[in-house]
Design a protein around this ligand. Sequence first.
Ligand code: IPM
Ligand code: SF4
Length: 467
Amino acid sequence: MGKTLYQKVYDSHIVFQKEGELPTIYIDRHLVHEVTSPQAFSGLEVAGRKLRRPDLTLATMDHDISTKEASIEACSPMAKEQVTTLMANADKFGVTLFGLGHPNQGIVHIVGPQVGFTLPGTTLVCGDSHTATHGAFGALAFGIGTSEVEHVMATQTLKQGRLKTMKIECTGKLQKGVYAKDLILAIIGKLTTAGGTGYCVEFCGEAVRSLSMEGRMTLSNMAIEFGATAGMIAPDETTFEYIRGRLYAPKGEDFDKAVEYWKTLKSDDDAVFDKVVTIDAASLEPQVTWGTNPGQECAVTGTVPSPDDFADPVVKKSCADALAYIDLKPGQKLTDAKVDYVFIGSCTNGRIEDFRAAAEVIKGRKVAPGVTALAVPGSMWVKAQAEKEGLDKIFKEAGFEWRLPGCSMCLAMNDDRAPAGKRVASTSNRNFVGRQGKGSRTHLMSPATAAACALTGHITDVREFLK
Ligand SMILES: CC(C)[C@H](C(=O)O)[C@@H](O)C(=O)O
Ligand code: SF4
């Protein structure tokens, strides 16, 4: 019997296996940020251990830094401590750090691929749940807890059980105005937030093949939002061309050899998945969340559901609770919901193509009165590239704030927060209660849809602007 892509990568990384114990796998790449690394580094120090492979470890700062000023002084006291601790640890343990102001600094899941640290067929971990992002390259990538971070630092290995496999086949091509973000929201809506628990999913089909690497990363990024541990995509020419020439990517003959190997990284025709799901991507409309988890979503043209639409008492209650928090009424048109804040950024949608897509919508237009709109590039490279293309001017002239890279309003851990009772059109990945600020209300959507919301001041079908 053939193997799935996941099984190929997993099996090739087992270094130790004992009857009755979880296998130990080798970890090729370890990404580090300021929030989940301090205890791990101090654990190493207390135990008198060295960092086993500084050359396979890469650090950046993103979660709680200021997006107004690239300075430690602009951070909150807690952020200041985390940031300075990371600087000291990077120094002590010999880790490359893309710190504040560095041309490669940015959100950890944007930086890894951008510098060619993320490669097909590797195992990649980070103390962060959205590590699944890197699966878009055919890497086995998943988030780990702080004690596991320490384990990887000390041994470059991890105990990791075998996952179940799910194939998510996305048929047809996405229509104009419909993006990878809409596809992944629709997938989560269909599977629910627990539908992927215990699985490594593989996204495939024509809609996935025709996505750029950036779109593929948006898909894999949100695999965790339906409970999957990892979300992989088989590498192809699009992947190889994206990697070619990047800072840490293999060069010359080594690159050609790597590509030969990478070409074998796909599920065999006779591989058997534990579960297969099909999504008709061609018929999808732009999607928006209406509730307080990413699976509570529907087409932007839809209406808010009623708790009575659901038979399961748990789902019924979760719908009622979500509507009470988000202040929407059953049967109300989603496009009637007024928007106070717009956030374009995060590791889901903070890449250059995201800013190009949003700029296409807002070019020559103005943000609606009363709306606060933030454009936060995911990395210094994205920012520089956007500025080279004149996108920053388009955003600023429309009335957006053009910020420095960081996680920003994706999570209320830094100074970028939405006040209680305010509604945010957001390109991030989580719409949990209080996620963007205590009492704030989040609607997840694509960058183009968020841009359209900024212009009208309410939830909007972006296709009206793309005619
Ligand atoms: C702070 C960090 C541990 C957290 C995560 O693991 O996902 C954050 O990135 C998030 O998106 O909520
Ligand atoms: S952008 Fe948001 S989801 Fe991504 S790593 Fe930062 S906080 Fe987590």
